[in-house]
Write a protein that binds this ligand. Structure first.
Ligand code: SF4
Ligand code: SF4
Length: 234
């Protein structure tokens, strides 16, 4: 029998999001509904953001297609996001694109293995995200919540940070995006834990590699099997 999910917090946004998630999860068995639930809630979060920005309650951001200074860092995701990205890749990439992606994962792994955060930061210009192609995200529709929430009010600040050796460079951003997408992600982490499934935060390139190395990652994960290998802390 599938486990019940519950949320007892007082945050009105999280209550609203949770109600919507629950409604989607009740439509089908968990394994069939969890990824559509994540996709639909991310779309719902985007509508909330657009309304806040159009009404002037949240500042407009400088982010636009083809701007990718922020896509040169190690992205951390939760298992649901890894499974959603993997499913999207399997559905939309051809054999050559999958082969290229596997090469980029290997390149990324070889270059970052055993490195400290500061060492990896200093290599950022040589380390584009595994999904960055021609300065565009090739999994845009399935990109993780951290990429949806990351934003800047001034592209010039991102360029300065990109060219800087300072890993703590400040970039002024819109808190609304962080709050809305972050709230959605927290709820999915909570639901995953309530379902007693693997829920740890993962490095994206490693998590996608783990999916490729499993014949049916979504089914196995949803049965409680630890399909993601937790590497030593870097
Ligand atoms: S966060 Fe900065 S680098 Fe990333 S898309 Fe926005 S403006 Fe461009
Ligand atoms: S997943 Fe897409 S948006 Fe996120 S860092 Fe990679 S290329 Fe950029």
């Amino acid at each position: 029998m599938e486990k019940q999910h519950h949320f007892t917090g007082q945050d009105p946004l999280k209550q609203l999001l949770f109600k919507n998630i629950q409604a989607i999860l009740q439509e089908n068995p968990f394994v069939q509904s969890i990824l559509p639930a994540f996709e639909q809630i991310m779309e719902f979060a985007q509508v909330i953001i657009e309304q806040l920005e159009e009404s002037g309650q949240s500042p407009l951001v400088s982010c636009q297609c083809g701007c990718s200074y922020c896509c040169h860092s190690q992205v951390k995701i939760i298992p649901i996001e890894a499974l959603l990205i993997y499913t999207y890749v399997k559905r939309t990439f051809n054999d050559i694109e999958i082969s290229d992606l596997k090469k980029r994962i290997l390149f990324f792994s070889n270059l970052t293995r055993g490195k400290t955060f500061e060492q990896r930061f200093s290599m950022k210009q040589a380390l584009p995200c595994i999904f960055l192609k021609s300065e565009q995200c090739c999994i845009y529709q399935a990109r993780p919540s951290i990429c949806r929430s990351w934003n800047s009010l001034a592209q010039s600040a991102c360029i300065t940070a990109y060219n800087s050796k300072n890993s703590q460079a400040e970039i002024e951003s819109s808190p609304a995006r962080d709050y809305v997408y972050g709230s959605a992600r927290e709820l999915f982490e909570m639901i995953t834990r309530q379902q007693a499934l693997q829920a740890q935060t993962l490095h994206m390139h490693q998590a996608i590699d783990d999916c490729f190395n499993n014949p049916d990652p979504l089914t196995q994960w949803s049965r409680g099997i630890d399909i993601f290998h937790i590497r030593p802390r870097m």
